[in-house]
Design a protein around this ligand. Structure first.
Ligand SMILES: C[C@@](CO)(OP(=O)(O)O)[C@H](O)COP(=O)(O)OP(=O)(O)OC[C@H]1O[C@@H](n2ccc(N)nc2=O)[C@H](O)[C@@H]1O
Ligand SMILES: Nc1ncnc2c1ncn2[C@@H]1O[C@H](COP(=O)(O)OP(=O)(O)O)[C@@H](O)[C@H]1O
Length: 288
């Protein structure tokens, strides 16, 4: 049944990190075969949904110059509305914390949180599998945010194998450069020939196949990786530009963040096995 209250509901769109990212090959359609370990962070954008009985959809707040029709939040809402022939609409307000084009999946996470929240609020009642099938039309990263569990992704990122990892703390640094995912994936120098994982893989020794190319194209990424390396092993997430280091306590991660050069921004957050968006939605709808 549709949610009848029009009270605003705020749900997080969490960041993700790729704890490793291997590229195993390139398909004929240009997409790449990947193996990558996704974890969620307890840090992200906030989306506030107010449902209405008119079919209009608006997105306000920190839209950062993105046209409404291009905003992944708007695209996700329209896709669900059309798919379910839903007569209701929504106004959605965005509080942006995640750097755009930063490799922490902000746009994909915003899209996934929109699908998850409106599915409940409009009473569409699609399963997570159905939502993920809709979501992949918006981006290869959307299904992992719909699935909502720490996972290794195979295929182009849409085939998910849930895994359990101990909780860690991450210091994430954004070295101020925007990296276009499409530019990295179309670059002739990208490493695309890593063999598939063996059964006994260990996270610690696995890297990011985009890192060498992005370091060459974006010197600030190389500098951020070197800076973090003074404190702990450092890696880049996704196609960059954010870099991160892992710690066992919050205090250790905060100590590193406190030293961050002023020209960069960063944050500290713990990992979460279950996506904080799912946790928030489950808590809200169980209380109803
Ligand atoms: C590689 C990752 C790792 O998380 O990079 P980040 O974007 O997070 O940095 C993602 O899977 C990206 O997912 P997403 O950002 O949703 O990708 P899309 O919008 O579908 O595609 C952006 C561009 O990347 C290319 N692309 C994407 C995924 C993939 N497996 N192979 C590709 O070649 C597509 O050809 C497209 O030109
Ligand atoms: N709501 C949104 N938030 C962020 N980016 C968006 C959004 N809607 C569309 N985009 C577009 O998607 C691109 C990739 O965004 P993002 O997901 O932040 O990057 P990444 O996948 O590298 O983390 C942005 O450069 C922007 O043009």
């Amino acid at each position: 049944m549709a949610h009848t209250s029009t009270a605003p509901l705020t749900i997080i769109a969490p960041a993700k990190l790729n704890l490793f990212l291997h590229i195993n090959g390139r398909r004929e359609d240009g997409y790449h075969e990947l193996e990558t370990l996704f974890t969620f962070l307890e840090f992200g954008d906030d989306l506030t949904f107010t449902v209405s009985n008119e079919p209009d959809i608006s997105v306000t707040g920190d839209t950062n110059g993105i046209e409404l029709a291009d905003n992944l939040i708007y695209k996700a809402a329209r896709l669900l509305q059309q798919h379910c022939n839903c007569q209701q609409g929504a106004s959605i307000k965005l509080l942006k914390r995640l750097p755009m084009g930063g490799g922490v999946g902000g746009g994909s996470s915003d899209a996934a949180t929109t699908l998850l929240a409106l599915n409940k609020l409009w009473g569409c009642d699609l399963s997570l599998t159905e939502l993920a099938e809709l979501g992949v039309k918006l981006g290869a990263d959307v299904p992992v945010f719909i699935n909502g569990h720490t996972a290794i992704a195979h295929g182009i990122g849409e085939q998910l194998e849930n895994v359990e990892l101990p909780q860690s703390w991450f210091c994430v640094v954004h070295p101020g450069q925007h990296v276009s995912t499409a530019k990295i994936f179309t670059h002739p120098d990208l490493k695309r020939d890593t063999p598939k994982l063996k059964a006994d893989w260990q996270t610690e020794n696995l890297g990011n196949d985009c890192e060498a190319l992005v370091k060459k194209l974006c010197p600030e990424v190389e500098k951020a990786l070197q800076w973090l390396l003074k404190y702990a092993p450092s890696k880049m997430t996704g196609t960059g530009a954010c870099c991160f280091a892992e710690f066992s306590t919050e205090a250790q991660a905060q100590q590193v963040l406190a030293q961050l050069p002023e020209k960069w921004t960063g944050f500290v957050a713990s990992s979460a096995t279950l996506s904080p968006a799912h946790t928030a939605l489950n808590a809200h709808f169980e209380m109803k």
